[in-house]
Write a protein that binds this ligand. Structure first.
Ligand code: 5AD
Ligand code: SF4
Length: 434
């Protein structure tokens, strides 16, 4: 039997794409290879959001072409494929395929004609969703994309170029995927989109569906116990959605609401037209709806023209909101984006100093939050054994990792766990048997 190997980089959308590619190949009679050496087909499922991510893909390709069997097919799918297009074949001449984030369902064409070079970086919209076979069994956490692309056009972001204009999937299609996932093992549903809370679908009768409608319908499915969504845009956080944090118990008390910068000037140049007052107002409303809610953010430091005073404003907002589980990045100029052409690019060294300060503070808040969880009992989702096989790994409602000693073979998918210790990165706990 022919074997494939997929390595996925980047965001949850890519993780989803990787799962669908695997399911598609399995439906063609292929099986997963445990490593690159034994594979007949090697797929790098790539991320282009920062230059480092793109470079990582090309170094991995260099390693793979030296290590692989001569007749093994290899190529890239995803955002670097779209970013590089035909140039990828110039950089790595023996590459077999380059398929963008919306055309990886064309991969079987290569299996029929392995000598051809396959290039497709079209932005075909939603075609891939119909073309792909359903997954036979869902993991406990099912990622369900509800839209493709993004229309916000933040000036630093390559995503509108790599994934195209924003299109929301039909409500019935999303619910069919959600039901299928719930019927085949999913306990947690995570709706995905670059601008997930901006989901808007109008059916043939003119009825408009929003993310709140998807959440309501999903909460009514018995097998689904936890619901979340990522990644949200501040101004799309409408009252109907905020209200659901009060009314829908299955919605987890944790929201990723990236602010990117705390400086109004930087936000303007990023083309993120919201005021800090509006952002804080949303956070306050969320806390009023769900007092135990926690917020996470993404931050970019060293955006072109960012002054020390601008950066201090980012530190101020981090102090004000007390974000947990956040990510911060040095600004990385990307092709096809407006910010890459802006004057006043910030020297790498200044970016590094600012990143270290912000990260230091975010880690401190995370550690404090984790410490505050000790002695609490939380309902956590089982993820799998750890590397040693001696422990079990669970996720809290706030996406913290909890390590629990393995006591028996019967592990509940959702378990009540008493948190016994905490550090910055993870928690320790014990199962409560009641
Ligand atoms: N440079 C650095 N970080 C970026 N992000 C997106 N584009 C860039 C860039 N050019 C970050 C944003 C986004 C996250 C997924 O990646 O913070 O929310
Ligand atoms: Fe990129 Fe901005 Fe869209 Fe997020 S909202 S995907 S950062 S353009």
């Amino acid at each position: 039997m022919k074997k494939f190997f997929i390595q996925t980089f980047g965001c949850q959308m890519n993780v989803y794409d990787g799962q669908r590619i695997a399911a598609m190949l399995e439906s063609h009679g292929w099986t997963a290879a445990p490593n690159v050496d034994t594979a007949d087909l090697i797929i790098l499922n790539t991320c282009a959001v920062r230059e480092k991510a793109t470079n990582k893909v090309y170094s991995a390709l260099g390693r793979i072409r030296r290590a692989k069997k001569p007749d093994t097919l290899f190529g890239i799918v995803g955002c670097v494929a779209r970013e590089s297009g035909a140039d990828a074949f110039k950089r790595i001449p023996d590459l077999n395929f380059v398929l963008g984030p919306q055309s990886y369902h064309k991969l079987p064409q290569l299996l029929d004609n392995p000598d051809a070079k396959l290039l497709n970086i079209d932005l075909g919209g939603l075609e891939k969703f119909d073309a792909l076979p359903k997954m036979v069994r869902s993991p406990a956490v099912a990622y369900i994309p509800i839209q493709e692309g993004c229309d916000h056009c933040c000036t630093y972001c390559i995503v509108p170029y790599t994934r195209g204009r924003e299109i929301s999937r039909p409500f019935d299609d999303v619910m069919a995927d959600t039901l299928h996932a719930a019927n085949t093992g999913a306990v947690e549903i995570c709706f995905l989109g670059q601008n997930v809370n901006g989901y808007k679908y109008t059916d043939a009768n003119g009825k408009l569906y929003r993310l709140s409608d998807l959440i309501r319908a999903t909460a009514a499915i018995d097998a689904v116990k936890r619901i979340r969504f990522t990644s949200s845009y501040p101004t799309e956080m409408t009252d109907d959605l905020i209200e659901q944090f009060k009314t829908e118990e299955k919605l987890l008390p944790f929201l990723n609401l990236p602010i990117q910068s705390g400086s109004p000037d930087v936000l303007t140049r990023m083309n993120r037209p919201y005021s800090l007052d509006l952002y804080i107002d949303i956070v306050d409303k969320l806390k009023a709806a769900r007092p135990d809610i926690q917020i996470s953010s993404d931050f970019i430091v060293g955006f072109p023209g960012e002054t020390d005073a601008d950066f201090d404003q980012t530190m101020d907002i981090a102090r004000r909101v007390r974000y947990i589980n956040s990510y911060s990045f040095k600004y990385s100029p990307r092709p096809h984006t407006a910010a890459a052409l802006m004057r006043d690019q910030i020297p790498e060294q200044i970016k590094s100093v600012r990143l270290a300060r912000l990260d230091g503070f975010l880690n401190e808040i995370q550690r404090e939050f984790n410490q505050g969880c000790v002695d609490r009992v939380m309902e956590c989702l089982f993820e799998g054994p750890d590397k040693t096989g001696q422990n079990l790994v669970f996720r809290t409602p706030y996406m913290q990792q909890v390590i629990v000693p393995k006591t028996g073979d019967d592990v509940p998918t959702l378990a009540r766990i008493k948190i016994t210790a905490a550090n910055k990165a993870s928690l320790r706990g014990e199962l409560i048997n009641d």
